[in-house]
Write a protein that binds this ligand. Structure first.
Ligand code: NDP
Ligand code: 7N6
Length: 307
């Protein structure tokens, strides 16, 4: 089937100004229009942040996120609608954000920034600051995000281990574990970074037992999805000094509710699901969509197909 129109759904506004994406796609061989609501035609390609019921009438839906957990993949398959995601574009942004979290914790930058607000000139105790050099990081999920994190961490002199489904080796990762060995993989790590998709297998992946398996001076980083971590168990572990801190970009409920105990903790860095933000996001997404348009026309396989 030919695609006769591309529509940029208003939901993309959660990640970028929609007009930037419309402009970046203006060289497609079909008209590109903005869409509010979900009234789409069977010959439409839809570019969206999240799902809408009407999208099941489209020909192809492209999700501008890597995580497509909000989409009912079975329903798309049953309706014969092609579904693609945006994995592959977040390695640098999220990798740099995670490097920032790790550096902040080691060099205590998060504490000094808090102190600055109160004009407090006070160095942290001698035993507190450390260097990342030589510290061990365990990266859980070694795809685009995981590798982006690994590259920065090795550049900072860290020793990196990781976890992935296949257990296959990854450059820069000294030892790759399979998911069943997660407690063993995290046991010796000063930092544990989560970069897995949210699936049945990864929901609640890090709970009481995994937090207990971590070092008492460990930090947890979650740039995956909130539900990968049992948030109550995390708060309990922080309160009991079972771990030293956490950097969280994703939460069980977003925005993080004002009453959450995570807000007030000095040992927690909260970012508003912003780890992947960049003013080049529209261009990165447009490259993916353009590539797939060309493949579609040439009758080839699309990249990043998830159905
Ligand atoms: P990829 O598909 O490139 O990588 C996923 C990795 O997770 C793979 O290495 C895979 O293993 C591994 N994995 C899957 N299931 C398990 C499991 N049960 N246990 C251990 N490892 C597992 O995805 P991306 O790196 O592009 O994105 C990952 C997720 O990060 C997204 O799904 C999204 O939820 C989140 N994300 C968050 C962002 C943010 O703004 N904070 C930005 C972008 C993504 P294998 O290699 O063996 O297949
Ligand atoms: C856009 C965030 C993803 O899954 O959640 C992220 O790719 C997208 C700023």
């Amino acid at each position: 089937t030919e695609i006769e129109r591309a529509v940029v759904h208003e939901s993309v506004g959660k990640a970028l100004p929609p007009g930037t994406l419309v402009d970046a796609l203006s060289d497609l061989p079909v008209p590109v229009e903005r869409l509010t609501g979900d009234d789409v035609a069977p010959t439409d390609a839809v570019v969206a942040f999240g799902p809408e019921p009407g999208f099941l009438d489209a020909r192809w839906v492209h999700c501008i996120r890597a995580g497509y957990d909000e989409f009912d993949v079975d329903a798309y398959r049953a309706a014969g609608v092609v579904l693609t995601n945006s994995t592959g574009i977040h390695g640098t942004t999220v990798g740099e954000t995670v490097a920032g979290y790790l550096l902040a914790f080691a060099r205590r930058l998060h504490v000094y920034r808090d102190q600055q607000a109160a004009r407090t000139w006070e160095r942290r105790p001698y035993g507190e600051p450390f260097t990342l050099d030589g510290e061990r990081l365990c990266v859980v999920g070694l795809g685009t995000l995981g590798r982006g994190i690994v590259e920065r961490a090795t550049g900072l002199g860290m020793e990196v281990v990781g976890v992935r489904r296949s257990g296959e080796p990854v450059e820069g990762v000294e030892r790759v574990y399979t998911p069943d060995a997660l407690p063993e993989a995290v046991a010796d790590a000063r930092f544990v970074a989560l970069a897995v998709p949210l699936t049945d297998e990864t929901t609640g992946l890090v709970g009481e037992a995994e937090l207990a398996a971590m070092r008492e001076d460990a930090y947890l980083v979650n740039v995956a999805r909130g539900a990968v971590v049992d948030q109550d168990a995390l708060v309990a572990a922080l309160e009991a000094s079972g771990i030293d801190g956490a950097a969280l970009d994703t939460f069980e409920s977003e925005p993080l509710p004002p009453g959450s105990p995570l807000w007030d903790r000095e040992d927690v860095i909260v970012t508003p699901h912003a780890a992947a933000m960049t003013r080049a996001y529209h261009a990165d997404v447009a490259d993916l969509v353009r590539t797939n348009f060309e493949r579609w026309r040439a009758g080839g396989d699309l990249v990043n197909r998830v159905d």
